[in-house]
Design a protein around this ligand. Sequence first.
Ligand code: ZN
Ligand code: MN
Length: 479
Amino acid sequence: MTQYEVVMGLEVHVELDTRTKLFCSCPAQFGAEANENVCPACAGMPGFPPITNKRAVELGIAAAIVTNSEIAKIMSFEKKNYFYPDLPSGYQVTQFFAPICRNGKVEIETPEGKKTITLKQIHIEEDAGKLVHDSRAAATLADYNRAAVPLAEIVSNPDFRTAGEVVAYLEKLRSLLSFAGVSDCKMQEGSMRCDVNISVREMGTDTLGVRAEIKNMNSLKAIAAAIEYESRRHIEALETGCEELIQETRRWDDNLGETFSMRGKENATDYRYFPNPEIMPVIISEEWIAAVRGTLPETAEDKLRRMTGELGLSQYDSGIITGSKNLSQIFDETMKLFAKPKEVANWIIVELLSIAKGDNKGADDIKIDCGKFAALMRLVDEKTINRNVGKKLLVKVLEDNIDPQEYVRENKLGMVSDTGLIEAAVREVLKQNAKSVEQYKAGSQKVMGFLIGQTMKALGGKADPQIVGKLIASALAQE
Ligand code: ZN
Ligand code: MN
């Protein structure tokens, strides 16, 4: 039987985290009213000279550094010509002759060990606008807020063989770029988008098969499913000849679980790239690169090493926290105010993440005042309140942004520390649960938990369960 090999290359677009657009001072932020963030320059009017956004270039340099790329000494912007209503100037400003960097390397983990994915290049370019199809008006409306928002496009060589490798690479890119502050890389919000070029060939040959490009997928799950579907389609076509493979662009339909053809793909030369005389080339000096390198924060890998080493946390806990830039920031901020790494990690992983999960939120969506988070952990640590009350406070901090100390004082949630009071409650509980006491004496350890629960209830949930347990044990020993 013929063995087949799937060959894939990726084009990943990330939105650069700049305040303004690539060549004008319009805000680059998402969520404004349609066409609010538009000026003549980004609406493609002739005669408005573009001015390159320095911050976008610096973020491009940062992307080059974290992907181990060779940075250009001079980079230029070119015009990529095509007509589409979301592109008001009739061309996209992108980099073709001299991109910001080439020949990057990104290491990923695979079941077979480490693998290096090589990058052809990273280039900076403008995003297009957005078309809104309005069924009531039976019209298509153009919103140019996103036109000329800066993007970095990361182009890999065809180094991928499995969907697993693709997913591992995207997760690695997200980690590298979000920790470096290049982009927040939120796939669901479109700040990270991925196109997969895929072809299938007989194992052992080195010519590439007919290539399809699957565009605009917005989740890792969809990407993996689309790759599985598309590889099967190619292999079936090769084996049975039932379908002729053509070079084309396809789209993934998440509901049907299928790809379908969008259009035949033009060759790159069809875009008639040519120099853009309006935009000055940018000289990237060694000093500038060094300065950007100096501002780069810790990578996820460095942070993981520090957490498992110096801070003594487990590989598992450290992996969860460094898997999200947001959680890492919450961890670092909270640690500045309450420097007990195991406690902080525990509260983040066990409590904070499960509350978020209950609200259908991911790790990157959690917002918390770290000062208040630290304050409530301190209240538990100092035994002012017990852990259960602490959990309830955490929900209150997240929902109503309460001040933990004040809230505990006002609602009298402080722990009962008067031993006499706890002993009285224990005596009462034992008296009322004579049957359980009998069972305990007969050797049943299980009833202990029940008796602790009853005593805690009698004390309004505000005692230290460990102390309650000890006092019950000594009371039972005297029975
Ligand atoms: Zn503008
Ligand atoms: Mn592009």
